[in-house]
Design a protein around this ligand. Structure first.
Ligand code: DMJ
Length: 472
């Protein structure tokens, strides 16, 4: 009798694990995805989009894939797409393309321009790209460009609090926009810190670290940060707290800077932040059964992270989105696999709601609240991390499903296009450079053999530019 009860319990547990592991999709292990074929497909599709960029937008920041014209972020281009793409080419073994792109960047990229740029975007895409390419190729000219760019960005930190202004003129150093957010004040240390390590000049590390610490120091009594903060007064101008856009990568960098540099302050700040995130943002969600799925043992079946007021902890919204889908990767990196696995399952439910993920989704109402899909990588990134940590082939199945939907809905005759709405799948005339830096890279790494890039030796910046961990 006792044996029967134990067997019953075990069976029930196995079922729960099975559902929690991936959810939404099939749990069959009969036919594992053909990784080699999938990796080759990703590489071919990368080239398809890259060729479109080359044909219609060469020398500019981005391709507009529907009108087949180009888009520059500022009055003069900064080669966003080539620089964001180069390390992916190198990782994919696209030697000729990589050599030609490297040559073009090194001969044409200059930051001596009278233009105002957004510090955060330039740091994660360009400074991050330059540093990774220096590490991958050993070409000192990448480091020279990185140092020049780092010096031109430094004036952003000259605020009364040390938190950066959002914009800076690359020639004059004039700054503007004092109201910023934790993602922009706190997602700089991987790049600026690495620049310090490579040049031996501590100023970059120190400035970016101070900005991160000053942001953390302004957390509320219950340990949460808000969405918008004035870097001159240090006052919050919006107290909505969440893990989504405008805050997301602040948390990511607390953990990653501990792992990349061995910085213990970052570890302490991450550990303490996580307590508040779990207490106030985490949402164990029980959905009444309308089908035959078994009720999970703990009574909850979905794990989400919603919005709360940073001072009171009161829940403000039950929305989660494409940007939030980075968090399973961060949880996995921190060692919290049970939560990472469950949250990834929720991201996948969100993706499957319309066959591709929306920018924002109300998980309580099961309703899309912001329908665009700008080719974001976060859910793919988390699938890759979870596969690396578990080696569970069901993450390859999940990755294959994401890949097939992505190609089906976003491919155009010349490249890839964002979706105006995931409901009708109507496309929009935009293809941001993170498609090359992140989305294709994470798909490729998910399906490639481990030796393509040793996951445990590197830390990816938030734009997926990998940096080798520094010796402690
Ligand atoms: C990228 O530029 C970075 O991943 C950033 O942290 C968030 N937004 C995009 C991708 O979605």
């Amino acid at each position: 009798m006792e044996a029967q009860v134990t067997a019953h319990k075990l069976h029930r547990w196995a079922l729960v694990v099975c559902i929690i592991c991936v959810g939404g999709g099939s749990t069959s292990l009969a036919q594992s995805p053909d990784r080699k074929k999938l990796a080759a497909e990703v590489k071919a599709e990368f080239l398809h989009a890259w060729n479109g960029y080359k044909k219609y937008a060469w020398g500019h920041d981005d391709l507009k894939p529907l009108s087949k014209t180009h888009h520059d972020w500022y009055p003069q281009p900064l080669l966003m797409t080539p620089l964001d793409s180069l390390d992916t080419m190198i990782i994919m073994g696209l030697k000729d393309e990589a050599a030609a792109t490297q040559k073009y960047i090194l001969e044409n990229l200059s930051f001596d321009k009278d233009i105002e740029v957004q510090n955060f975007e330039i740091t994660i895409r360009l400074l991050g790209g330059l540093l990774t390419n220096y590490q991958l190729t050993g070409d000192k000219r990448f480091l020279n460009l990185a140092e020049d760019l780092g010096n031109r960005l430094l004036p952003v930190f000259n605020s009364p609090t040390g938190m950066p202004y959002r914009y800076v003129n690359l020639k004059t150093g004039k700054t503007r926009n004092a109201v910023s957010n934790p993602a922009e004040t706190g997602t700089l240390l991987i790049e600026f810190g690495t620049l310090s390590k490579f040049t031996g000049k501590p100023i970059y590390y120190d400035k970016a670290k101070r900005a991160l610490v000053e942001t953390y120091n302004r957390r509320s009594k219950i340990g949460l940060v808000g969405e918008w903060i004035n870097v001159e007064t240090g006052e919050w101008t919006n107290t909505d707290s969440h893990i989504s856009g405008a805050i997301d990568s602040y948390y990511e960098y607390l953990l990653k800077c501990w792992l990349l540099f061995g910085d213990r302050d970052c570890k302490r700040m991450w550990d303490e932040s996580l307590v508040a995130i779990k207490q106030y943002l985490e949402h164990e969600f029980y959905r009444p059964r309308t089908d035959q799925r078994p009720v999970p043992v703990d009574g909850f079946d979905e794990l989400w992270y919603g919005h709360a007021d940073m001072n009171t902890g009161r829940r403000r919204a039950t929305t989660y989105g494409a940007l939030d889908a980075f968090f399973p990767a961060v949880l996995a990196l921190s060692g919290d696999m049970p939560r990472a696995i469950r949250l990834q399952r929720s991201s996948f439910l969100m993706w499957n709601h319309a066959g591709i993920e929306p920018e924002e989704f109300d998980y309580r109402e099961q309703k899309i609240t912001s329908p665009g899909y700008p080719l974001r990588p976060e859910i793919v990134e988390s699938t890759y991390y979870l596969y690396q940590y578990t080696k569970d082939p069901r993450y390859l199945e999940m990755g294959e499903k994401l890949w097939r939907d992505f190609v089906q809905h976003c491919r155009t005759d010349v490249a890839y296009a964002a979706l105006k709405t995931v409901v009708t799948k109507e496309k929009s005339d935009s293809m941001q450079s993170f498609l090359f830096a992140e989305t294709f890279k994470y798909f490729y790494l998910l399906f490639s053999p481990d030796k393509t890039l040793y996951f445990r030796n590197v830390i990816f910046n938030t734009e997926a530019h990998p940096i080798r961990k520094f010796k402690r």
